[in-house]
Design a protein around this ligand. Structure first.
Ligand code: CAA
Length: 385
């Protein structure tokens, strides 16, 4: 790890070291096996709860670690340096939690905290549907009001953590004719009758995180489970995703850093034409670009995090979209070059960069595709000038 004394506070340096050491011991040695067999490492997650991985963002008043957005970005770089799938699990858990921090009631937050802290539970963010991915406003899952309850019907897909989640944040429309103004958020326990976790996706990368369909059949929830007012769900979802993007950029920096570390080591050992390949200018150019991408991704992620911590959410939404698409596109290039530098070994499953290449791809797709990020940036520019 690079020395950041004087740049980060002593507490941030200690946090970074704590998370790094835990992951180097408990995740790095097993990540290839989890990837090969698509294993979600529940025992490791539970061990991680002892250093607060289940409650990084949960405010201290609810018993959590209460990290700032900047602290969280620092932590997520380390997590994704170790294993992007483990990072996706924690990132999606954060997405499940954020709506409650944005608009949840005191009772909802306390209930969430009990599940996460006492049961070492996980949460999931159930927004995406077969016909409402990039177009989140097309949510078709319905929440029909009956007295002081809602009856929810519909199907979510690509829901990270669903298989093991103890609590879900669910988005459904109370009236489809209202468009996005009908979308409403709910907090739902896993054991609620009518909630079924379906198909497990057999993914290309980030295979230690689980991704499933979730089906709701006449699932009854009470009014007290509604997060915020009726019709506010779309905004809550957007604000949640805005706050997640600093983490996505920092996560990309972590995966890119892992690729860079493998490649520099390899390039110093591997010789062609009588010298280590790190002495060849063509390889130096790729390594220099990789290192620059890691640094700039980290910095833009931290900048967005600082905007969030300062409460400048409008700017954070725009620059957050920039950070997500810049850092994750840069990551894809970094991992493509990593495979190139290692040649045949880079393409082989025996060596780690092949996994990083597959893991990288998902970053360009989830938490809003990079095309959608550019739409968000362009919309902000239209308003700004
Ligand atoms: N914050 C607050 N409000 C916002 C907002 C934001 N960031 N973005 C939009 N809004 C508000 C607008 O102000 C507008 O409100 P008014 O009607 O009151 O003016 C309203 O929402 C509609 O805005 P738009 O017209 O911009 O909405 P749109 O329908 O064109 O969609 C979109 C915008 C940005 C494309 C949105 O649909 C979107 O973000 N799509 C991507 C969804 C996404 O990221 N999905 C990933 C889910 S997580 C995941 O990957 C799964 C996992 O488990 C990891």
């Amino acid at each position: 790890m690079i020395d950041l004394t004087g740049i980060l506070t002593e507490d941030q340096i200690a946090l970074r070291q704590l998370i790094h050491d835990f992951l180097a011991k408990e995740v790095v040695p097993y990540a290839a096996e989890w990837d090969r067999d698509a294993i979600f490492p529940m025992e490791t997650y539970k061990k991680g709860c002892e250093i607060g991985l289940n409650a990084l963002e949960l405010p201290a008043e609810y018993g959590g670690v209460g990290l700032s957005a900047l602290d969280l970005a620092i932590a997520m770089e380390e997590v994704c340096w170790a294993d992007a799938g483990f990072g996706a699990t924690l990132g999606a858990h954060g997405l499940g939690m954020k709506p409650l921090l944005i608009a949840g009631s005191e009772a909802q937050r306390k209930h969430f905290a009990e599940i996460v802290l006492d049961k070492k539970g996980l949460s999931a963010f159930a927004l995406t549907e077969p016909n409402a991915g990039s177009d989140a406003g097309a949510t078709a899952t319905t929440a029909r009001r009956v007295g002081n309850e809602y009856v929810i019907n519909g199907r979510k897909c690509f829901c990270t953590n669903a298989e093991y989640a103890d609590i879900f944040t669910v988005f459904a429309t109370v009236d489809k004719s209202l468009g996005i103004k009908g979308i409403t958020a709910f907090t739902v326990d896993r054991d609620t009758p009518g909630l079924t976790v379906g198909k497990h996706e057999d993914k290309m990368g980030q295979r230690s995180s689980v991704t499933n369909d979730v089906v709701f059949e006449d699932m009854v929830v009470s009014e007290s489970q509604r997060i915020g007012d009726e019709g506010k769900g779309f905004k809550i979802a957007m604000q949640t995703l805005d706050r997640g993007r600093a983490g996505a950029a920092a996560s990309a920096a972590g995966v890119g850093r892992a690729a860079l570390e493998h490649c520099v080591k390899y390039a110093k050992e591997r010789c062609t034409m009588g010298k280590p390949i790190i002495e060849h200018q063509a390889v130096q150019i790729m390594l220099a670009d990789m290192a620059t991408a890691v640094e700039t991704s980290r910095q833009i992620g931290w900048y967005v995090a600082r905007l969030i911590d300062a409460g400048n959410l409008k700017e954070a939404a725009k620059v957050g979209a920039m950070s997500k698409c810049y850092a994750t596109d840069a990551l894809m290039k970094t991992c493509t070059d990593a495979v190139q530098i290692m040649g045949g070994y880079g393409y082989s499953k025996e060596y780690p960069v092949e996994k990083l290449f597959r893991d990288a791809k998902l970053f360009q797709i989830f938490e809003g595709t990079n095309q959608i990020q550019r739409t968000v940036i362009a919309s902000a520019l239209k308003r700004e000038y």
